[in-house]
Design a protein around this ligand. Structure first.
Ligand code: DGY
Length: 307
């Protein structure tokens, strides 16, 4: 039996398999452990099941000499210093595939919400400002015939493209190794949807220059990572009308404080990182993380190992 720390209460059946096999310490508070708490609870464990809210850096790894495996409940692993773990021979697992459809659905939900002005419309009704059917008010953008630019051509980007085809959109994409150059995509697209992991290369990929290239009527959707967009530049672009709107599932930082300057930008919709938040998807993510941890603690390779 190995000792394991699970960094949040995970109300999923898969956890029973972990508890049956190992000595499991679970963080039972609603808020994530602070870096100090994480370090203290990880100091003696062999297995760590983390969430994307937990920062696992070299300092934490050095403070946990017995650590043999880290399973992240998420496909993104930018919360973990994967290189530092690799140098110490600690495998890191993630949960690819199972959240593809849920995240692509959310990207599309945001795209539709922006295009058809769903949130301002709902606010108008609740505020008692819906006075009549107006021929030229509340007008949005058509999807059919519009061009969707997908930045990042992994599983989620491709799943978003499949949805777009069903709506009669033309799709262009840009990735490190294929598709059209990013500047061309930004100039052509009526909608831009971001699906790239956060790396040194993609931090602030969408900066002031990128936003200037976009059409003034274009809408931006980000379900990838907040750091991919330079939020100060986005705020300025929205205020200046350089683009028509943006919908973000992810921000930098997360959570975005209610008084954050970005939130005063016009035509901005922000939701609280819910791309994978469906009942089935979260249960599958927990099961995959548990499978990764069980395999590594058993001395084998993780089914889904990033390093
Ligand atoms: C992930 O798994 O990386 C997602 O962002 C969580 O929803």
């Amino acid at each position: 039996m190995a000792s394991v720390f699970v960094t949040r209460a995970l109300p999923f059946e898969a956890l029973d398999r972990l508890r049956a096999a190992h000595d499991v310490d679970e963080w039972r508070q609603d808020m994530p452990p602070s870096p100090g708490d994480l370090l203290a609870r990880t100091r003696e464990v062999e297995g760590l099941l983390t969430l994307i809210t937990d920062r696992v850096d070299a300092e934490l790894l050095d403070g946990a000499p017995a650590l043999k495996a880290i399973a992240n409940m998420g496909v993104g692993t930018d919360n973990i210093d994967v290189e530092a773990a690799k140098e110490r021979g600690i495998p890191v697992g993630n949960t690819p595939g199972v959240l593809t459809d849920a995240t692509a659905d959310l990207a599309f939900a945001l795209l539709l919400a922006l295009a058809r002005r769903i949130v301002p419309g709902a606010e108008k009704v609740r505020a008692g400002r819906w006075e009549t059917w107006e021929p030229a008010a509340d007008l949005g953008a058509d999807l059919a015939g519009a061009t969707l630019g997908i930045v990042g051509w992994g599983r989620i980007g491709q799943a978003t493209a499949r949805r777009a085809e069903g709506f009669g959109m033309d799709v262009v994409y840009s990735s490190r190794s294929a598709g059209v150059p990013l500047p061309e995509l930004l100039e052509r697209a009526d909608f831009v949807s971001l699906h790239t992991p956060l790396t040194r290369q993609t931090r602030h990929l969408i900066d002031a220059g990128a936003l200037k290239r976009m059409k003034q009527t274009a809408l931006l959707v980000n379900t990838a990572r907040g750091g991919v967009v330079d939020q100060d530049a986005l705020r300025s672009a929205l205020h200046a009308g350089e683009i028509a709107g943006a919908a973000l599932d992810v921000t930098d930082p997360e959570p975005l404080p209610a008084d954050h300057p970005l939130l005063d930008a016009p035509n901005l919709l922000v939701v609280p990182h819910v791309g994978s938040a469906t009942v089935r998807t979260r249960a599958k993510m927990a099961a995959m993380a548990v499978d990764n941890l069980l395999a590594a603690l058993d001395g084998g390779p993780m089914p889904h190992q990033v390093a």
